[in-house]
Design a protein around this ligand. Structure first.
Ligand SMILES: C[C@@]1(CC(=O)O)c2cc3[nH]c(cc4nc(cc5[nH]c(cc(n2)[C@H]1CCC(=O)O)[C@@](C)(CC(=O)O)[C@@H]5CCC(=O)O)C(CC(=O)O)=C4CCC(=O)O)c(CCC(=O)O)c3CC(=O)O
Ligand SMILES: NC(=O)C1=CN([C@@H]2O[C@H](COP(=O)(O)OP(=O)(O)OC[C@H]3O[C@@H](n4cnc5c(N)ncnc54)[C@H](O)[C@@H]3O)[C@@H](O)[C@H]2O)C=CC1
Length: 188
């Protein structure tokens, strides 16, 4: 079965990252844009992860993962080099309402990280469902180039109009026209 794409409000969600190496750092770099309620449990901490933890005042427990550590978290990202641990944490989480992402095996994932482009209020996410992360990265780079930076301002303008013009058929038509015009001018 493929993955349902959704955009989640993560503010207020408690996130646990297990592992503090190269991949944990990459995941942390993305997560801090969406929530600062992040705890890291790791045997060893890399320079990059440590800097992020300090910069964003995240919580660090430098030790081995222990059964029960996932309790109280909403989302757990397991980014260690110990595959058995990924399976064990996934299985442990099944009796709780905790969503798990395991960086090395989709069998132990409730969700996977997409590649994404974010410009203002526009977010475009790409996923190959684990088939080829390299492809997800490449298509993200392609779209990054073709989405104009002006899209942020344009969406701010549209957002403003939504709150000033009353709802109805006229408004729908007007919005369609404005968007079509923006596309004609900014996309080839
Ligand atoms: C399933 C998933 C789980 C998850 O991490 O959530 C997963 C799993 C694995 N990735 C592996 C390898 C690589 N991952 C990347 C890069 C990214 N990986 C990301 C997501 C995901 N990776 C999820 C699926 C997403 C999807 O398919 O669409 C991205 C999109 C998002 C992000 O990480 O935030 C980010 C690009 C961000 C960007 O640039 O936009 C690169 C390229 C690079 O780093 O330059 C490589 C090497 C090239 C290659 O293998 O393709 C390996 C093998 C490890 C090994 O061989 O040892 C596994 C495990 C396995 O497949 O068994
Ligand atoms: N999803 C993705 O995008 C990608 C995933 N991977 C996979 O990610 C995994 C991690 O790779 P790296 O970050 O490069 O490894 P790494 O060796 O840099 O980091 C592993 C981290 O896990 C910690 N750790 C190990 N066992 C632990 C335990 N029991 N409790 C607490 N912490 C523990 C270590 O202290 C270390 O900080 C590998 O299995 C690799 O195959 C690799 C490339 C991309």
């Amino acid at each position: 079965m493929s993955y349902f794409p959704l955009f989640m409000d993560m503010s207020g969600l408690k996130v646990l990252v297990v592992g503090g190496g190269v991949i944990a750092t990459e995941k942390l770099e993305k997560l801090v844009d969406f929530t600062k309620e992040i705890t890291v449990i790791t045997k060893e901490i890399s320079e990059g992860a440590d800097q992020l933890i300090k910069k964003y005042s995240l919580t660090l427990h430098q030790r081995m993962y222990q059964t029960g550590d996932i309790n109280g978290f909403d989302i757990v990202i397991v980014a260690t080099d110990t595959v058995e641990l990924h399976k064990a944490i996934y299985e442990e989480s099944r009796s709780e309402r905790i969503l798990v992402n395991s960086v090395d095996n989709t069998d132990y994932c409730d969700f996977i990280f997409p590649s994404y482009v974010q410009k203002g209020d526009l977010t475009i996410a790409f996923s190959t469902g684990g088939a080829s992360p390299a492809f997800a990265k490449q298509i993200r780079r392609h779209f990054e180039k073709i989405i104009p930076d002006s899209v942020g301002d344009f969406l701010q303008k549209m957002k403003g109009l939504r709150s000033t013009i009353p709802k109805g058929k006229e408004r729908m038509k007007y919005f369609d026209t404005l968007v079509e015009e923006y596309f004609r001018k900014n996309f080839k």
